[in-house]
Design a protein around this ligand. Structure first.
Ligand SMILES: [Zn+2]
Length: 414
């Protein structure tokens, strides 16, 4: 039997199965055809040398914004997939019922990588987001109609896996908890989970968590004060443990303003590891501080997380949360989505959303991905550049941010 592609000589780390050891991965079409400790090179038409590399299920970025051109914060997933080891982008509510079809036709169906979506409970999705314009889509409750969301969720049931709501003073103005209640009602009707964003209160973390059900996702779980996961005494809030006990899932969602090193470090130290590690990558944090999923994973590792747990949060963790467990593991007959990563040593500088700097000695970088059976090399080899300490919003306006994204060399020109 001849295979189309062989990823050979790597160390397979697959947290879903507990595999950690030398394996070759053979691919035919868009499926995994064989996984074995030694598959000869002459059995494949093309061989990817993964010697010294970590081979893992293609990463899933649980929180991203990839409706480029259709919403002002969207980035092009095909431009960042190979460099970030990401084969599945879960878009966290960029589109609402009023513009989801455009997302599907113009972006999702044309993309070389898989895009799965949470539908924004607000009709127009995230429509007013730039350095100069910030109009929260939940600030006007006239935009939030659960009937529209339910109809759209049914029309696009093949790619909508949940309902997204951005509550908080920034995204929701004076709406308080109402957007969360409307999102939960729509999600209940669709038999899907909710992903809830929190920013500055109101509503407070406890109020949002009280609405969340088993399988619902709280994103921005390591955000800074106010609405932090930590009490003033530095310990994790009891409501976090109680919610996890009920089956609520916790997602990192780094973003521009939602990641605090000190919160994440304490959570890791106290054993409250986020279920999902995600970037919340968008046009205004892709040049810092979030950059992409691998940078976010590298930050978590610098704060004490193991490689296995970092990979777990970007493979099996999100795969289960979106109800697509087959995307979170490598198995014969399963989808041929693979990431080939390396852990590189060197001095790195990272920054969080509060401006805090951290020195680290290693970073995860990508050789490339197999997406749907096709190899995409990471052409942006400079991504292992060490200075990843730039802050958010380096661009004067939306047009400048767009130009930088579509013309940028890599990681803000590092
Ligand atoms: Zn987001």
């Amino acid at each position: 039997m001849t295979f189309d592609l062989l990823v050979r000589g790597g160390r397979l780390v697959d947290p879903a199965t507990g595999t950690d050891g030398p394996r070759d991965i053979a691919i035919t079409g868009d499926r995994i055809a064989a996984i074995d400790s030694d598959i000869p090179s002459d059995r494949a038409r093309r061989v990817i040398d993964a010697g010294g590399a970590i081979v893992t299920p293609g990463l899933i970025d649980m929180h991203s914004h990839v409706y480029w051109g259709g919403t002002p914060l969207g980035v092009d997933p095909d431009l960042i997939a190979a460099q970030s080891g990401t084969t599945t982008f879960v878009d966290a509510g960029s589109a609402g019922a009023g513009n989801f079809l455009g997302f599907r036709r113009h972006v999702i169906e044309r993309s070389k990588v898989r895009i799965i979506a949470y539908l924004n409970i607000s009709f127009g999705g995230i429509f007013g987001f730039s350095n100069k314009v910030m109009v929260g889509e939940c600030g006007d409750l006239a935009l939030l109609d659960p009937r529209e969301a339910v109809a759209c969720g049914r029309d696009h049931a093949d790619m909508i896996v949940g309902v997204k709501v951005r509550s908080g003073r920034i995204a929701g103005g004076n709406s308080g908890i109402a957007p969360v209640d409307i999102a939960v009602e729509a999600a209940d009707r669709l038999h899907l989970p909710v992903m809830a964003h929190i920013d500055e209160p109101p509503p407070g973390r406890l109020e949002v968590l009280s609405r969340m059900r088993q399988g619902d996702v709280l994103t921005h779980c390591c955000r800074p004060f106010p609405n932090s996961a930590l009490l003033g005494n530095g310990h994790i809030r009891g409501d976090m443990f109680a919610a996890r006990e009920r089956g609520v899932l916790f997602d990192l969602g780094h973003g521009a303003g939602s990641f605090d090193f000190s919160v994440a470090q304490k959570m890791i130290a106290e054993g409250f590891v986020p279920d999902m590690i995600s970037s919340d990558v968008h046009l205004f944090n892709i040049h810092g501080p979030a950059f992409d999923l691998l940078v976010c994973m590298s930050k978590m590792m610098a704060l004490g997380l193991s490689l296995g747990d970092a990979l777990r949060g970007a493979t099996v963790g999100p795969a289960k949360a979106i109800g697509r467990p087959e995307l979170g593991t490598l198995a014969v007959g399963g989808p041929a989505d693979v990431a080939v990563l390396r852990e590189k040593a060197g001095d790195c500088r990272f920054r969080d959303s509060t401006g805090a700097l951290m020195q680290a000695t290693r970073i995860l970088v990508s050789d490339g991905i197999v997406a749907g059976g096709t190899w995409q090399a990471n052409e942006a080899k400079t991504c292992d550049a060490r200075d990843l300490s730039s802050g958010p919003s380096p661009h004067a306006n939306h047009a400048a941010a767009l130009a930088a994204h579509f013309g940028r060399p890599c990681c803000g020109g590092a």
